[in-house]
Design a protein around this ligand. Structure first.
Ligand code: NAP
Length: 282
């Protein structure tokens, strides 16, 4: 299998190593102030990031698009992060044994170089974790606490005080703020992250959290892997949902790589888009 990617943008036709790609490309430029918050999705051509697979299953990343080359870059993005944003839903899946993985960075041997990369920069072994949850209805995250990670749980002032105490008992720091019908507001998420001094923050969650971040002006970059397959399916998610953004959020293409390795997924692309701060017109 070729370990190269073809860069299509900005300099076209440049062959570069796949492994290490997202450890090497600059994350935030020197002019960026405050935390740099980024997210990542793998999608089919018809926009499916999650599908109901099986009679009683919830939605999951479709097997037809999940692939090791994308997973490698997902792990590299986690390697760059001081903090991961996750969700109550993810922690429920983790405790039920149906989550994709313990929150990265994976300890599988093929990702040793990412841990080495972090050590070389004096970073903690694992990123800290910010859980967004309105319900607080997930088992207290003992496993994460045992890894020595800081666990921040951001919820609304309406949250159940009993559940708050259960999470605090395992060392989680529960912070309640005013929200709306969708829960915590995106600007509260950014404010908390900035107050706590985190500089690189990776959201590994799905459409609701992305909606929260975009609505609150709290998303700086989106990494999007597109697998050239059409999946269809009635019960699916796209990268975001909720009320329309008024005005729409504008992003610019920062980089685009073509992955020619593999058969079924030949031609998948790895794109990165950065938020534009200079527009807002229709
Ligand atoms: N293809 C991909 O790359 C990709 C990437 C990520 C996720 N996914 C898929 O997308 C699906 C959904 O993922 P997800 O549940 O992690 O993501 P999500 O839809 O962003 O998050 C859902 C949960 O996050 C909490 N939440 C969201 N916004 C909140 C807010 N503003 N305030 C407080 N809490 C908030 C809620 O937790 P509570 O219910 O506890 O209140 C909610 O249940 C899954 O099937 C996952 O596999 C796919």
């Amino acid at each position: 299998m070729s370990d190269q990617l073809l860069r299509l943008y900005p300099e076209p036709n440049l062959a570069l190593e796949h492994k290490g790609r997202y450890l090497t490309d600059p994350l935030a430029d020197d002019t960026h102030a405050g935390p740099f918050i980024y997210s990542n999705f793998v999608t089919s051509l018809d926009g499916r990031i999650a599908l109901a697979e099986g009679a009683d299953a919830g939605r999951a990343v479709p097997r037809a698009i999940a692939n090791p080359r994308d997973w490698r870059l997902f792990q590299e993005l986690a390697g760059r992060a001081e903090l991961l944003i996750t969700s109550g839903r993810y922690l429920r899946d983790l405790s039920a044994g149906t989550a994709q993985d313990v929150l990265p960075v994976s300890t599988a041997p093929e990702f040793d170089d990412i841990h080495e990369w972090r050590r070389g920069r004096g970073m903690a072994a694992q990123p800290d974790v910010l859980v967004l949850s309105t319900s607080l209805d997930f088992p207290p995250p003992r496993r994460l606490a045992e890894q020595g990670r800081r666990i921040l749980v951001l919820t609304t002032t309406a949250a159940d005080p009993h559940r708050r105490r259960e999470h605090e008992a395992v060392g989680a720091e529960v912070i309640a703020c005013h929200g709306d019908a969708d829960g915590v507001l995106g600007d509260s998420v950014r404010a908390l992250i900035a107050d706590q001094g985190f500089s690189t923050v990776y959201s590994v969650t799905g459409p609701d959290v992305l909606a929260t971040l975009t609505r609150g002006g709290a998303l700086d970059a989106l990494f999007l892997t597109t697998v050239p397959r059409i999946l269809a399916g009635r019960d699916f998610s796209t990268i975001t949902r909720g009320a329309p953004l008024e005005p729409a959020m504008d992003l610019s293409l920062t980089s685009l790589y073509l992955d020619t390795a593999g058969q079924a997924r030949a031609g998948q692309t790895f794109a990165r888009y950065d938020r534009r701060r200079d527009t807002g017109e229709a």
